[in-house]
Write a protein that binds this ligand. Structure first.
Ligand SMILES: Cc1ncc(COP(=O)(O)O)c(C=O)c1O
Length: 360
Protein backbone atom coordinates (compact mmCIF):
# COMPACT_ATOMS: atom_id res chain seq x y z
CA UNK A 1 0.00 0.00 0.00
CA UNK A 2 1.18 3.53 -0.65
CA UNK A 3 1.35 5.99 2.21
CA UNK A 4 -1.63 7.79 0.75
CA UNK A 5 -3.68 4.59 0.71
CA UNK A 6 -2.61 3.82 4.26
CA UNK A 7 -3.75 7.28 5.40
CA UNK A 8 -7.10 6.76 3.65
CA UNK A 9 -7.44 3.40 5.35
CA UNK A 10 -6.24 4.32 8.83
CA UNK A 11 -7.20 7.92 9.48
CA UNK A 12 -10.96 8.31 9.91
CA UNK A 13 -12.78 10.60 7.50
CA UNK A 14 -13.84 12.99 10.29
CA UNK A 15 -10.13 13.73 10.84
CA UNK A 16 -9.05 13.74 7.19
CA UNK A 17 -11.76 16.16 6.16
CA UNK A 18 -11.01 18.92 8.68
CA UNK A 19 -8.09 21.36 8.75
CA UNK A 20 -5.83 21.88 11.74
CA UNK A 21 -6.84 24.81 13.97
CA UNK A 22 -5.32 27.88 12.30
CA UNK A 23 -3.35 30.38 14.37
CA UNK A 24 -2.43 33.45 12.29
CA UNK A 25 1.19 34.58 12.22
CA UNK A 26 1.48 37.68 14.43
CA UNK A 27 5.20 38.31 14.11
CA UNK A 28 5.91 42.01 14.54
CA UNK A 29 2.24 42.90 14.89
CA UNK A 30 0.21 44.65 17.57
CA UNK A 31 -1.52 41.53 18.77
CA UNK A 32 -5.17 42.12 19.59
CA UNK A 33 -6.66 38.84 18.40
CA UNK A 34 -6.37 36.28 21.20
CA UNK A 35 -7.47 37.91 24.49
CA UNK A 36 -3.98 37.88 25.95
CA UNK A 37 -2.81 40.24 28.68
CA UNK A 38 -0.50 42.74 26.90
CA UNK A 39 1.65 43.53 29.94
CA UNK A 40 5.00 41.95 30.79
CA UNK A 41 6.39 41.75 34.34
CA UNK A 42 9.08 44.11 35.67
CA UNK A 43 12.62 43.05 34.73
CA UNK A 44 13.59 42.33 38.35
CA UNK A 45 10.76 39.81 38.62
CA UNK A 46 11.68 38.21 35.32
CA UNK A 47 15.23 37.80 36.63
CA UNK A 48 13.91 36.11 39.79
CA UNK A 49 11.71 33.86 37.67
CA UNK A 50 14.70 32.92 35.50
CA UNK A 51 16.54 31.77 38.61
CA UNK A 52 13.57 29.69 39.73
CA UNK A 53 13.17 28.15 36.28
CA UNK A 54 16.87 27.30 36.22
CA UNK A 55 16.28 25.28 39.40
CA UNK A 56 13.59 23.13 37.76
CA UNK A 57 14.60 19.49 37.71
CA UNK A 58 14.03 18.97 34.00
CA UNK A 59 15.51 15.48 34.22
CA UNK A 60 12.58 14.43 36.42
CA UNK A 61 8.90 14.11 35.65
CA UNK A 62 6.89 16.94 37.16
CA UNK A 63 4.73 16.62 40.28
CA UNK A 64 1.69 14.82 38.89
CA UNK A 65 -0.74 16.76 41.08
CA UNK A 66 1.07 20.13 41.03
CA UNK A 67 0.56 20.15 44.80
CA UNK A 68 2.58 23.31 45.48
CA UNK A 69 0.12 25.33 43.41
CA UNK A 70 -3.07 24.19 45.12
CA UNK A 71 -3.04 26.14 48.37
CA UNK A 72 -1.86 29.51 46.95
CA UNK A 73 -4.28 29.26 44.04
CA UNK A 74 -7.21 28.37 46.31
CA UNK A 75 -6.30 31.26 48.57
CA UNK A 76 -5.94 33.77 45.73
CA UNK A 77 -9.21 32.74 44.07
CA UNK A 78 -11.01 32.32 47.39
CA UNK A 79 -12.09 28.84 46.47
CA UNK A 80 -14.37 27.36 49.16
CA UNK A 81 -12.60 24.68 51.21
CA UNK A 82 -15.18 22.06 50.33
CA UNK A 83 -14.24 22.24 46.63
CA UNK A 84 -11.36 20.46 44.95
CA UNK A 85 -9.22 21.31 41.90
CA UNK A 86 -8.09 19.55 38.76
CA UNK A 87 -5.45 21.21 36.59
CA UNK A 88 -5.21 21.16 32.82
CA UNK A 89 -2.77 22.17 30.12
CA UNK A 90 -4.94 25.21 29.49
CA UNK A 91 -8.68 24.94 29.97
CA UNK A 92 -8.78 23.60 26.41
CA UNK A 93 -7.37 20.35 27.75
CA UNK A 94 -10.05 20.23 30.44
CA UNK A 95 -12.80 20.78 27.87
CA UNK A 96 -11.41 17.85 25.89
CA UNK A 97 -11.09 15.72 28.99
CA UNK A 98 -14.69 16.37 30.05
CA UNK A 99 -16.05 15.67 26.57
CA UNK A 100 -13.95 12.53 26.22
CA UNK A 101 -15.84 10.97 29.15
CA UNK A 102 -18.85 10.80 26.81
CA UNK A 103 -17.14 8.80 24.05
CA UNK A 104 -19.19 5.76 23.23
CA UNK A 105 -22.04 6.67 25.58
CA UNK A 106 -24.25 8.22 22.90
CA UNK A 107 -24.81 11.19 25.24
CA UNK A 108 -24.39 14.69 23.84
CA UNK A 109 -22.73 17.94 24.82
CA UNK A 110 -24.35 21.38 24.54
CA UNK A 111 -23.14 24.98 24.46
CA UNK A 112 -24.68 28.34 23.61
CA UNK A 113 -24.73 29.48 20.02
CA UNK A 114 -22.54 31.39 19.34
CA UNK A 115 -19.89 30.67 21.94
CA UNK A 116 -16.32 29.39 22.27
CA UNK A 117 -15.59 27.24 19.21
CA UNK A 118 -13.53 24.60 21.01
CA UNK A 119 -16.62 23.06 22.61
CA UNK A 120 -17.87 21.98 19.21
CA UNK A 121 -14.43 21.34 17.71
CA UNK A 122 -13.54 18.90 20.51
CA UNK A 123 -16.98 17.25 20.47
CA UNK A 124 -16.50 16.59 16.75
CA UNK A 125 -13.00 15.25 17.29
CA UNK A 126 -14.29 12.77 19.83
CA UNK A 127 -17.42 11.94 17.77
CA UNK A 128 -19.59 13.11 20.64
CA UNK A 129 -22.91 14.61 19.43
CA UNK A 130 -22.99 18.40 19.84
CA UNK A 131 -26.10 20.53 20.15
CA UNK A 132 -26.06 24.35 20.00
CA UNK A 133 -28.45 26.18 22.34
CA UNK A 134 -30.09 29.40 21.05
CA UNK A 135 -29.50 32.89 22.44
CA UNK A 136 -32.08 35.67 22.36
CA UNK A 137 -31.76 39.07 20.66
CA UNK A 138 -29.50 40.29 23.51
CA UNK A 139 -27.34 37.14 23.32
CA UNK A 140 -28.89 36.03 26.62
CA UNK A 141 -30.18 32.52 27.31
CA UNK A 142 -33.39 31.84 25.38
CA UNK A 143 -34.96 29.77 28.16
CA UNK A 144 -37.70 28.15 26.05
CA UNK A 145 -35.21 27.39 23.28
CA UNK A 146 -32.83 25.81 25.79
CA UNK A 147 -35.60 23.75 27.40
CA UNK A 148 -36.59 22.40 23.96
CA UNK A 149 -32.97 21.75 23.01
CA UNK A 150 -32.22 19.99 26.27
CA UNK A 151 -35.34 17.86 25.98
CA UNK A 152 -34.35 16.53 22.56
CA UNK A 153 -30.56 16.40 23.00
CA UNK A 154 -30.66 15.01 26.57
CA UNK A 155 -27.03 16.13 27.10
CA UNK A 156 -24.69 14.85 29.78
CA UNK A 157 -22.62 18.05 29.67
CA UNK A 158 -23.46 21.72 29.09
CA UNK A 159 -20.74 24.36 28.78
CA UNK A 160 -21.77 27.90 29.73
CA UNK A 161 -19.06 30.54 29.33
CA UNK A 162 -19.82 33.31 31.80
CA UNK A 163 -19.16 35.88 30.32
CA UNK A 164 -19.54 34.44 26.87
CA UNK A 165 -16.92 34.47 24.13
CA UNK A 166 -17.18 35.93 21.50
CA UNK A 167 -20.15 38.12 22.51
CA UNK A 168 -18.64 39.37 25.80
CA UNK A 169 -21.91 39.48 27.77
CA UNK A 170 -22.93 37.71 30.96
CA UNK A 171 -25.98 35.48 30.88
CA UNK A 172 -28.73 36.45 33.33
CA UNK A 173 -28.25 34.75 36.65
CA UNK A 174 -31.91 33.84 37.05
CA UNK A 175 -32.13 32.27 33.59
CA UNK A 176 -28.99 30.26 34.21
CA UNK A 177 -30.40 29.13 37.57
CA UNK A 178 -33.60 28.00 35.83
CA UNK A 179 -31.53 25.85 33.46
CA UNK A 180 -29.32 24.44 36.21
CA UNK A 181 -32.38 23.51 38.26
CA UNK A 182 -34.22 21.87 35.38
CA UNK A 183 -31.50 19.64 33.94
CA UNK A 184 -29.77 16.47 35.06
CA UNK A 185 -26.71 17.34 32.96
CA UNK A 186 -23.44 18.55 34.46
CA UNK A 187 -23.15 22.29 33.85
CA UNK A 188 -19.62 23.60 33.40
CA UNK A 189 -19.61 27.34 34.07
CA UNK A 190 -16.59 28.52 32.14
CA UNK A 191 -15.20 31.59 33.91
CA UNK A 192 -12.24 32.14 31.57
CA UNK A 193 -12.77 35.91 31.87
CA UNK A 194 -13.35 36.02 35.63
CA UNK A 195 -10.64 38.68 36.11
CA UNK A 196 -12.65 41.20 34.10
CA UNK A 197 -16.08 40.85 35.67
CA UNK A 198 -17.56 40.99 39.17
CA UNK A 199 -19.67 37.91 38.48
CA UNK A 200 -18.50 34.80 40.31
CA UNK A 201 -20.17 31.41 40.31
CA UNK A 202 -17.87 29.44 42.61
CA UNK A 203 -20.67 29.24 45.15
CA UNK A 204 -22.83 27.40 42.65
CA UNK A 205 -20.28 24.60 42.50
CA UNK A 206 -20.86 24.29 46.24
CA UNK A 207 -24.65 24.57 46.25
CA UNK A 208 -25.73 22.74 43.11
CA UNK A 209 -24.85 19.05 42.70
CA UNK A 210 -24.65 19.47 38.91
CA UNK A 211 -22.35 22.51 38.62
CA UNK A 212 -18.57 22.77 38.30
CA UNK A 213 -16.56 25.88 37.43
CA UNK A 214 -13.69 26.09 34.95
CA UNK A 215 -11.06 28.84 34.97
CA UNK A 216 -7.76 29.64 33.28
CA UNK A 217 -4.72 31.77 33.98
CA UNK A 218 -4.39 32.53 30.24
CA UNK A 219 -6.24 35.83 30.33
CA UNK A 220 -4.43 37.30 33.35
CA UNK A 221 -0.96 37.04 31.88
CA UNK A 222 0.00 33.37 31.74
CA UNK A 223 -1.29 32.29 28.34
CA UNK A 224 2.17 30.93 27.53
CA UNK A 225 2.13 28.68 30.60
CA UNK A 226 -1.05 26.87 29.52
CA UNK A 227 -2.71 26.47 32.89
CA UNK A 228 -6.42 25.89 33.39
CA UNK A 229 -8.44 24.43 36.22
CA UNK A 230 -11.67 22.70 37.02
CA UNK A 231 -13.14 23.55 40.42
CA UNK A 232 -15.79 21.30 41.84
CA UNK A 233 -17.00 18.95 44.51
CA UNK A 234 -14.32 16.30 45.22
CA UNK A 235 -16.68 13.58 44.00
CA UNK A 236 -16.69 15.13 40.50
CA UNK A 237 -12.97 15.88 40.50
CA UNK A 238 -12.03 12.33 41.52
CA UNK A 239 -13.84 10.95 38.46
CA UNK A 240 -12.28 13.36 35.96
CA UNK A 241 -8.85 12.91 37.50
CA UNK A 242 -8.96 9.28 36.37
CA UNK A 243 -8.69 10.31 32.73
CA UNK A 244 -6.21 13.17 33.16
CA UNK A 245 -2.77 12.33 31.79
CA UNK A 246 -0.47 11.91 34.80
CA UNK A 247 2.08 14.61 33.91
CA UNK A 248 -0.12 17.07 32.05
CA UNK A 249 1.33 20.20 33.71
CA UNK A 250 5.01 20.45 32.89
CA UNK A 251 7.61 21.43 35.49
CA UNK A 252 8.37 24.86 33.94
CA UNK A 253 4.66 25.74 33.94
CA UNK A 254 4.25 24.65 37.52
CA UNK A 255 7.19 26.81 38.55
CA UNK A 256 5.97 29.81 36.56
CA UNK A 257 2.45 29.54 37.97
CA UNK A 258 3.72 29.11 41.52
CA UNK A 259 5.93 32.16 41.06
CA UNK A 260 3.09 34.20 39.54
CA UNK A 261 0.87 33.37 42.50
CA UNK A 262 3.53 34.71 44.85
CA UNK A 263 3.15 37.99 42.94
CA UNK A 264 -0.58 37.80 42.32
CA UNK A 265 -1.02 41.51 43.04
CA UNK A 266 0.66 42.20 39.68
CA UNK A 267 -1.85 40.02 37.88
CA UNK A 268 -4.65 41.91 39.63
CA UNK A 269 -3.15 45.31 38.85
CA UNK A 270 -2.78 44.44 35.17
CA UNK A 271 -6.32 43.07 34.95
CA UNK A 272 -7.52 46.32 36.56
CA UNK A 273 -5.71 48.33 33.88
CA UNK A 274 -7.32 46.20 31.18
CA UNK A 275 -10.77 46.81 32.69
CA UNK A 276 -10.12 50.58 32.68
CA UNK A 277 -8.86 50.44 29.13
CA UNK A 278 -11.94 48.47 28.05
CA UNK A 279 -14.08 51.44 29.09
CA UNK A 280 -11.82 54.00 27.40
CA UNK A 281 -11.50 52.00 24.16
CA UNK A 282 -15.26 51.32 24.03
CA UNK A 283 -16.05 55.03 24.40
CA UNK A 284 -13.60 55.99 21.68
CA UNK A 285 -14.92 53.36 19.30
CA UNK A 286 -18.51 54.49 19.95
CA UNK A 287 -17.54 58.09 19.25
CA UNK A 288 -16.32 56.95 15.85
CA UNK A 289 -19.74 55.52 15.06
CA UNK A 290 -19.01 51.83 15.68
CA UNK A 291 -21.65 49.95 17.60
CA UNK A 292 -19.72 48.49 20.57
CA UNK A 293 -21.23 45.51 22.39
CA UNK A 294 -21.12 45.70 26.17
CA UNK A 295 -18.36 43.41 27.39
CA UNK A 296 -17.48 41.87 30.75
CA UNK A 297 -14.34 40.33 29.26
CA UNK A 298 -10.98 41.59 28.00
CA UNK A 299 -12.25 42.12 24.48
CA UNK A 300 -14.95 44.14 22.76
CA UNK A 301 -16.94 43.28 19.67
CA UNK A 302 -17.77 46.05 17.23
CA UNK A 303 -20.39 46.03 14.54
CA UNK A 304 -18.76 47.87 11.67
CA UNK A 305 -22.07 49.29 10.36
CA UNK A 306 -21.53 51.06 7.04
CA UNK A 307 -17.95 49.83 6.89
CA UNK A 308 -16.93 46.34 5.83
CA UNK A 309 -15.44 44.28 8.67
CA UNK A 310 -13.32 42.13 6.34
CA UNK A 311 -11.84 45.23 4.67
CA UNK A 312 -11.08 46.81 8.04
CA UNK A 313 -9.50 43.54 9.21
CA UNK A 314 -7.25 43.40 6.12
CA UNK A 315 -6.51 47.14 6.39
CA UNK A 316 -5.52 46.77 10.04
CA UNK A 317 -3.17 43.96 9.03
CA UNK A 318 -1.49 46.38 6.61
CA UNK A 319 -1.00 48.62 9.64
CA UNK A 320 0.59 45.68 11.47
CA UNK A 321 -2.40 45.21 13.77
CA UNK A 322 -3.97 41.79 14.19
CA UNK A 323 -7.58 41.55 15.43
CA UNK A 324 -10.17 38.80 15.01
CA UNK A 325 -12.62 39.05 12.14
CA UNK A 326 -15.84 37.32 13.23
CA UNK A 327 -17.61 37.96 9.94
CA UNK A 328 -18.55 34.62 8.39
CA UNK A 329 -18.06 32.65 11.61
CA UNK A 330 -21.75 32.82 12.55
CA UNK A 331 -24.81 34.51 11.00
CA UNK A 332 -25.25 36.75 14.05
CA UNK A 333 -21.65 37.92 13.91
CA UNK A 334 -21.87 39.27 10.37
CA UNK A 335 -19.72 42.37 9.80
CA UNK A 336 -18.20 42.30 13.29
CA UNK A 337 -14.65 42.39 14.62
CA UNK A 338 -13.45 41.21 18.02
CA UNK A 339 -10.79 43.46 19.49
CA UNK A 340 -8.74 42.30 22.45
CA UNK A 341 -8.21 45.13 24.94
CA UNK A 342 -4.51 45.97 24.94
CA UNK A 343 -2.51 48.78 26.53
CA UNK A 344 -3.68 52.41 26.06
CA UNK A 345 -0.84 52.84 23.53
CA UNK A 346 -2.00 49.83 21.56
CA UNK A 347 -5.56 51.15 21.57
CA UNK A 348 -4.32 54.48 20.26
CA UNK A 349 -2.47 52.76 17.43
CA UNK A 350 -5.62 50.77 16.65
CA UNK A 351 -7.89 53.84 16.74
CA UNK A 352 -5.59 55.89 14.54
CA UNK A 353 -5.39 53.04 12.00
CA UNK A 354 -9.19 52.72 12.02
CA UNK A 355 -9.49 56.50 11.49
CA UNK A 356 -7.29 56.27 8.44
CA UNK A 357 -9.13 53.25 7.06
CA UNK A 358 -12.65 54.66 7.43
CA UNK A 359 -11.72 58.05 5.98
CA UNK A 360 -10.49 56.49 2.73
C1 LIG B 1 -14.64 30.88 27.00
C2 LIG B 1 -13.27 30.30 26.89
N1 LIG B 1 -12.99 29.16 27.54
C3 LIG B 1 -11.79 28.58 27.47
C4 LIG B 1 -10.77 29.17 26.73
C5 LIG B 1 -9.44 28.44 26.64
O1 LIG B 1 -8.49 29.00 27.43
P1 LIG B 1 -7.09 28.29 27.70
O2 LIG B 1 -6.07 29.25 27.21
O3 LIG B 1 -7.03 28.09 29.19
O4 LIG B 1 -7.06 26.99 26.97
C6 LIG B 1 -11.01 30.35 26.03
C7 LIG B 1 -9.94 30.96 25.22
O5 LIG B 1 -10.08 31.94 24.56
C8 LIG B 1 -12.29 30.94 26.11
O6 LIG B 1 -12.61 32.05 25.45
Amino acid sequence: MTRDELIQALIPERVRLVSAYQIPDATGMVKLDAMENPYRWPQSLLDDLATRLADCALNRYPDSHADLIRAPLAQWMQIPETLDLLFGNGSDEIIGLLISTLIGTGRSVCAPDPSFVMFQVLANQYSVPFRALPLDSEFDIDVDGWMDGLMTADPALIFVPQPNNPTGNLFSKDRLAQIVESTQALIVIDEAYTAFTDADYLDWAKCYPNVVVMRTLSKVGLAGSRFGMLIGHPEWIVEFDKIRLPYNINAMSQTAVQFALEHASILEEQSGLIRQERTRLSKRLSKRGFSVWHSEANFVVIDCGVHVARDLFEGLKQHQILVKCLDGSHPRLTNTLRLTVGTPDESDVLLSALDQLVSR
